[in-house]
Design a protein around this ligand. Structure first.
Ligand code: AMP
Length: 397
């Protein structure tokens, strides 16, 4: 089976052609500068191809993608019919979607209804969907939502303590993001430890970071909120912050709320704490090793806040059996994992330094004595999207 995975942004469109059974990616690429001039970056057969192709809209980007996938030299398929389905990553499913679904007119309407909740991403995701529908009308399309995995949270986890009318009239609540990654890790953890009933905390630590508390495969709580700004400090996002900070800054500096939020989303996090040095953890580790105090503080703040969330979720679940690390920092940052786990010895977490230094593979890094199994599991959101898409399309046949 061939699933085309599409992640459409406002001026870009990422694609992968994947076999959902093996996870093998036969081709992948990126259309960028959509609406400006247009450039296609394509990888297949171990070669990279870059072509300037006019892309006034997402429609030309999809056409360029299909053309290169069918190209006699650089392509991997002979016709569009070899694509069994398209899986679209959609940021915000609001209260409308608790799982992935086959796209029809009602689904499009519901994704549009979620635009106020995901104003930056949902319109772009829709452009990708509508472009595919126009160019390949007989191929099934599936929407996979970043929020869906978290819809099993109980009200005590998802409700904000603000007047009920904002929840009832405006759907203001915690949603959570990175759901496709959290779902993939929860499934892999179950397969790796050979159990379906267990309590875990997953730490998705990348440029954006979020944690989730998962019981028997279902999300019970997660650190991001209405938007991806909430939770632990991230590359450029501040994470949890007192709303009065926004009021103070807007009043004192004459900023609009939107300007203030842009600062909190794009100029904050470890980038801000390192005095603007970098949002990349490798640069921060490098700076800290040379004695840069701001880099040290940025890293210490990150470790501290992640560990606090793990502790909170361990309390929420009344103990955990498994702790998992994933995404760029979670998979590669051995110092990060060690520092976070050093806060958790009170729960009986004990990691093996030698195992913790192995990179790029699924590995249990805790000692046999540890009361919590600690795992590093590389995430694969595209595989999760491909598998959800394939399952739905097979079931509909
Ligand atoms: P992601 O958003 O999941 O792609 O993760 C990106 C982040 O992973 C980058 O900002 C880096 O800070 C981090 N990262 C990648 N490799 C390493 C590494 N070897 N050590 C520490 N952090 C890393």
């Amino acid at each position: 089976m061939n699933i085309l995975i599409i992640n459409a942004g406002s001026s870009s469109l990422k694609y992968q052609l994947m076999d959902p059974d093996t996870g093998v990616v036969s081709a992948k690429g990126l259309c960028e500068r959509i609406g400006l001039d247009g450039r296609l970056n394509h990888n297949a057969h171990g070669r990279k191809v870059v072509k300037d192709i006019p892309m006034p809209t997402h429609s030309e980007a999809i056409t360029a993608t299909l053309n290169i996938l069918m190209d006699p030299a650089d392509g991997v398929i002979a016709s569009v019919d070899e694509i069994d389905a398209v899986g679209h990553r959609v940021l915000h499913g609001g209260m409308e979607f608790s799982e992935s679904c086959i796209i029809n007119e009602d689904v499009i309407k519901a994704i549009k209804k979620c635009i106020p909740l995901g104003p930056l991403h949902n319109p772009a995701n829709l452009m990708g969907i509508e472009a595919c529908q126009a160019v390949m009308p007989s191929t099934p399309q599936v929407a996979v939502f970043d929020t869906a995995f978290h819809m099993t949270m109980p009200p005590k986890a998802y409700r904000y303590a603000i007047p009920t009318e904002y929840f009832e009239n405006d759907d203001i609540r915690r949603y959570g993001f990175h759901g496709t990654s959290h779902k993939y890790i929860a499934r892999r953890a179950a397969a790796l430890i050979g159990k379906t009933e267990f309590k875990m905390v997953n730490c998705h630590l990348g440029n954006g970071s979020s944690l989730s508390a998962v019981k028997d495969g279902k999300c019970m709580d997660t650190s991001m909120g209405l938007s991806p700004l909430a939770g632990v400090p991230m590359g450029t996002r501040c994470g949890d912050i007192d709303a009065c900070v926004v009021q103070f800054l807007c009043n004192k500096y004459g900023m609009t709320v939107d300007e203030c939020l842009t600062m909190l989303n794009k100029k904050s996090g470890v980038l801000a704490l390192s005095n603007g040095l970098s949002s990349d953890f490798r640069d921060l580790e490098d700076g800290a090793s040379k004695g840069d105090e701001a880099c040290k503080l940025a890293l210490e703040k990150f470790y501290y806040e992640v560990a606090k969330y793990v502790g909170a979720y361990a309390a929420a679940l009344n103990g955990i059996d498994v702790l998992t690390f994933t995404a760029g920092v979670g998979e590669n940052g051995k110092d990060t994992r060690k520092a976070i786990c050093s806060y958790l010895t009170f729960m009986g977490v004990e990691i093996d330094d030698e195992k913790n230094s192995i990179r790029g593979q699924e590995i249990c890094i805790s000692t046999p004595n540890s009361k919590v199994q600690v795992w590093v599991i590389p995430t694969n959101e595209e595989l999760m999207i491909a598998q959800d898409t394939a399952e739905l399309v097979k079931a509909a046949k």
